[in-house]
Design a protein around this ligand. Structure first.
Ligand code: SF4
Ligand code: SF4
Ligand code: SF4
Ligand code: FES
Length: 963
């Protein structure tokens, strides 16, 4: 195998045990945890036993018989992968007899294998080839004229990998990877004996099977049978760089395997703590967007958005942007401009943008996409626990007895964590899902939720109070924990509130639509580990994971506090296996919040009005800072329409597509005098821009991302920026042009400044990141070297945990005769957010349009059939898309995704928002749905959009000569 591709494979997984055993392998003494296989113990002793069907990410299977060993005093030749080490054993891994047996095994394999090593795509990276060498195979006595599989047809249906059955050795690694690692159970070994072959589904092509293209089988395959098409095309990579996925908040670590500056493949990194060698279709395969022909690599400017773009030099673009910002400030005042940081960019880049706004713009008009996703998490967890982040590591779920998933579909949005969670559920953990839809987490292969609380959208707070009511009135409170850890006064007030009869599951049934008995069962299960609510005295670990189905509501912050209340009341915060965990959407949304992207907070969530904190930043940055919080994104829009906010610097964020009430956003942007967009593509927002500054993808820069477990991981440059500069360098150029000096030469210097100014990051440095792989904040002198895996262990960050009364208030978005259905929105596995990246990859083959899911009952009432074009209308707007009739959604509720600009999902959503943070209420919009007779006409908005889009493409082509 090529040296740089090698990582130690211990053959079987690590076993954890308090007992150890000492044995001898090939004369070497070795001590291992009880339960460790002989194969793994041998690696610890420095000996590699030949193997084919074993790999350390999977349970041993014992089928290939290549790993046979001799044990003194025992007859026969046991397989070292399935034989546990025992104290005092004396094991021999090499002997003439073993050599002969292994050669025989290899001979059989090779007699049914195409000997095309020189032209095989796995040449140099094939375990079968390696084992032929290790066993000393020199000839094959059986010849190739007998029955064989050499002419079996390839399955090329998957866009990213091919399946060549002629090379399959039926080692079962792929089948086990799909089951154990991914939890999809898409593969089987069909046929018996010689006829046995790997088969997706019922002998279907991969693309027609249940396969979700995670790549776990490809990663596990020891031969070229399952092989990345990029490797087939480009050949084996020659070097590799460890970096972090730029899609979701799981933050998987990858080895970017390269040829020069060309990515050959992205391989999930075994030592990555967030993913431990697993991946999903996006991070593993959908990276081609980075070099897509739509990338814009030359800066452009124009006076009006009705003008064609003009390509200019970086100097001209930056000078123009700076002079426009200063002109607007001179005309409309210092506060008339602002900026939006990007949750796709690195911590260092985000930090620089907020610094530029506070120090060079001279105001606090900075906000970020978390405004529209997890700002209620910041507020809610800050109020109750004292800090606004998930309490656990992902690995902690391996210690959970009960998992409560609220308003999240990790199988679609956080797939690698979902796999971990599903594995734990298969091991026996109980599952409660709170979601209006029957998501993949409710029912799937080897997965069935104990309770599915299919509530009506908008009634979360009523439900959480009903769950708490059961805990309080049935004596399920964790009294000792509460007495020791929580604020007594606030607890008593909360307890009296939830105990009221009007908060009982029976009283709330009419509001939530969830049967009282289901709520009672779920509450008992969460509090005690059994649905009967019997306190057994055995410690029970119940963990809550929640998503945007919690936050994107008029009462989003209230619900976050309700979740925190429930967890404290049951003593479920502060150790492994428990906790309250927001599943953050974008790769660095945790980081962008940490880095001071909100208008009222400096890095580390410190209020801008706090004089002590502000003066530290003033001293370091050499400017006076405004103590007044700046504008939030919705306030920026309103101020633009009011004529007082006229300039925007928007880095790596597509507010036109992602923010609610598209027409309102477009009107606000159209009212501004200068919009500077920094992005890799001409996104929807850029179509309203006056200056376009080309951005850089995660492959083109150094920096760090922070995932949903507060884990800070390195992003490493594998290719030079296509447009010359990384994003942090562009921000720096702009700052200098505005007259505010910035002279960083590498992002490590920016991190050093962050660490110096932010107590929770004080111990973070690039050296330490290189040393440990990743760090979890808080990371400083008072934490272990690697930071804080589990938060609030002995006390809450704020001291005593604070309960908050959460009164349910029905949202203004109510069904009416005019709008009798509730629309809720979400994501799908293959697409990501506004789709700008994934739409530019073959992921479109799974999901090429946004569809409206509607229950058969509502469909029939309206004469709608599966696949029909339907119009959907709310008080904000109207759009047309195709219907999927499904029982996954409950009657009275419809659902869509928002990955395609032309479907205009956010034309429908309104500007109703969370009372505390203005997070939009994406999850509840009252709508009407009707069949449309002339789908080609789409809605008025879609016709306008098509016209506007065509104009903007023409304006771009005018600048680029149609390149
Ligand atoms: S790609 Fe993933 S889901 Fe598909 S068969 Fe392989 S392991 Fe299973
Ligand atoms: S496809 Fe690969 S991993 Fe699966 S059984 Fe065949 S050789 Fe083994
Ligand atoms: S789970 Fe998220 S971070 Fe991991 S590979 Fe998929 S998109 Fe990337
Ligand atoms: S590696 Fe042990 S039997 Fe295959």
């Amino acid at each position: 195998m090529l040296d740089h591709l090698k990582t130690t494979d211990y053959g079987t997984p690590l076993r954890e045990s308090t007992q150890e055993v000492t044995l001898e392998i090939d004369g070497q003494s070795v001590t291992v945890p009880q339960g460790t296989s002989l194969m793994r113990a041998a690696v610890d002793a420095g000996v590699q036993v030949p193997k084919l069907c074993a790999t350390d990410s999977l349970e041993p299977f014992g089928s290939c018989r290549l790993c046979l060993v001799e044990i003194e005093g025992r007859k026969g030749f046991p397989a070292s992968c399935t034989t546990p080490a025992e104290a005092g054993m004396k094991v021999r891994t090499q002997s003439p007899k073993l050599q002969k047996l292994r050669k025989g095994v290899m001979e059989l394999y090779i007699s049914d294998h195409p000997l095309d090593c020189l032209t095989c795509s796995a040449n140099g990276n094939c375990e079968l080839q390696d084992m032929a060498g290790v066993t000393g195979l020199r000839n094959v006595r059986y010849g190739f004229d007998g029955a064989n599989h050499l002419a079996s047809a390839k399955d090329e249906s998957n866009p990213y990998f091919s399946y060549d059955p002629s090379k399959c050795i039926v080692c079962n690694r792929c089948v086990r990877a799909c089951e154990e690692t991914q939890g999809t159970f898409a593969l089987t070994i069909s046929g018996r004996g010689f006829e046995s072959r790997v088969s997706p589904g019922q002998d279907q092509p991969f693309m027609e099977s249940e396969c979700v293209s995670c790549g776990a089988c490809v990663e596990a395959c020891p031969t070229a049978t399952l092989q990345e098409k990029s490797v087939i095309e480009l050949g084996q990579p020659e070097h590799s760089v460890i970096t972090t996925c730029a899609y979701c908040g799981v933050g998987c670590a990858f080895k970017a395997e390269m040829k020069g500056t060309q990515v050959v493949r992205m391989v999930p990194w075994k030592d990555g703590k967030a993913n431990e060698g697993h991946s999903c279709v996006k991070g593993r395969f959908a990276w081609g967007y980075a070099t897509h022909q739509d990338r814009i690599t030359t800066p452009m400017i124009r006076a009006k958005i009705t003008d064609p773009w003009r390509e200019v030099s970086w100097e001209e673009a930056i000078a123009h942007a700076a002079s426009e910002f200063r002109r607007i400030q001179a005309k409309h005042g210092q506060d008339s401009i602002g900026g939006i940081t990007s949750s796709r960019c690195t911590n260092e880049e985000t930090y620089l943008v907020q610094k530029l706004i506070r120090a060079a713009f001279g105001n606090n008009n900075v906000d970020t996409c978390a405004r529209v996703c997890h700002s209620p998490t910041g507020y809610g967890l800050g109020q109750t626990f004292g800090t606004s982040a998930g309490t656990q590591t992902f690995k902690s779920v391996e210690k959970s007895d009960v998992i409560l998933v609220i308003g999240a579909n990790p199988a679609a949005a956080h797939p690698v964590f979902a796999s971990r969670m599903k594995k734990r559920i298969r091991q026996g953990a109980r599952l409660i899902v709170v979601d209006p839809r029957e998501t993949e987490m409710v029912k799937g292969p080897h997965l069935q939720a104990d309770f599915h609380l299919a509530l009506k959208p908008g009634t979360n707070v009523a439900l959480i109070s009903a769950l708490a009511h059961v805990v309080v009135t049935e004596g399920l409170l964790a009294d000792d924990y509460i007495a020791e850890r929580c604020d007594e006064k606030s607890f008593n007030a909360w307890k009296d509130f939830v105990a009221r009869p009007d908060n009982s599951p029976e009283a709330m049934e009419a509001v939530t639509g969830v049967h009282a008995a289901v709520v009672r069962g779920a509450a008992r299960l969460y509090a005690t580990g059994n649905a009967e609510g019997v306190k057994t005295g055995r410690p029970v670990n119940s963990a809550i994971y929640y998503g945007l189905g919690v936050t994107e509501h008029a009462q989003g912050s209230t619900m976050v506090m309700g979740i925190a209340n429930l967890a404290m009341a049951c003593g479920m915060v502060g150790r492994e296996g428990v906790g309250v965990n927001p599943l953050r959407g974008q790769n660095n949304v945790q980081g962008s919040c940490d880095m001071g992207s909100f208008p009222h907070e400096l890095p580390g969530y410190r209020h801008i009005s706090d004089t002590t904190t502000r003066s530290q930043f003033e001293a370091a940055w050499g400017v006076e800072l405004s103590p007044e919080p700046g504008l939030r994104i919705p306030n920026m829009f309103d101020a633009a329409l009011g004529g007082s906010f006229m300039g925007l610097y928007c880095e790596g964020e597509d507010i036109v597509q992602s923010d609610p009430n598209t027409q309102h956003v477009a009107a606000a942007l159209s009212a501004m005098e200068c919009i500077v967009v920094q992005d890799i593509f001409l996104n929807e927002t850029a179509k309203y821009a006056h200056v376009f500054l080309p951005g850089s993808s995660f492959l083109e820069k150094d920096g760090t991302f922070t995932n949903a477990e507060r884990r800070i991981s390195r992003v490493r440059k594998v290719m030079p920026p296509l447009a010359q500069y990384a994003d942090w360098e562009v921000t720096q150029l702009l700052a200098n042009a505005l007259g505010y000096p910035m002279h960083y030469t590498h992002p490590r210097e920016i991190m050093a400044e962050i660490a110096a100014l932010t107590p929770s990051f004080a111990g973070v440095s690039y050296d330490k990141l290189d040393q440990h792989g990743s760090l979890q904040w808080p990371c400083n002198d008072s934490t272990p070297e690697i930071g804080t895996p589990i938060m609030h262990i002995d006390r809450f960050v704020r001291g005593k945990g604070r309960f908050i009364v959460t009164q349910y208030v029905a949202t203004d978005e109510k069904v009416t005769p005019r709008f009798p259905l509730l629309l809720t929105t979400g994501r799908i596995l293959s697409q990501y957010n506004v789709g700008a990246q994934t739409r530019r990859t073959p992921n479109n083959q799974w999901h090429s349009e946004d569809r409206l899911e509607i229950h058969p009952h509502d469909a029939e009432e309206r004469g709608i059939h599966d696949g029909d074009w339907v119009g959907i209308r709310s008080r904000a707007g109207e759009t047309v898309l195709r219907a999927t009739v499904t029982e996954r959604i409950q009657p009275g509720v419809v659902y869509t995704t928002f990955h395609f600009p032309e479907s205009g999902a956010n034309v429908i959503t309104t500007d109703s928002s969370d009372w505390a943070t203005n997070c939009p209420e994406y999850k509840v919009t009252a709508v009407q749905v009707a069949p449309v007779t002339q789908p080609q006409q789409r809605s008025a908005w879609q016709r306008d959009y098509a016209r506007f889009n065509a104009e903007q493409i023409a304006h771009l082509e005018a600048a680029t000569d149609g390149r």
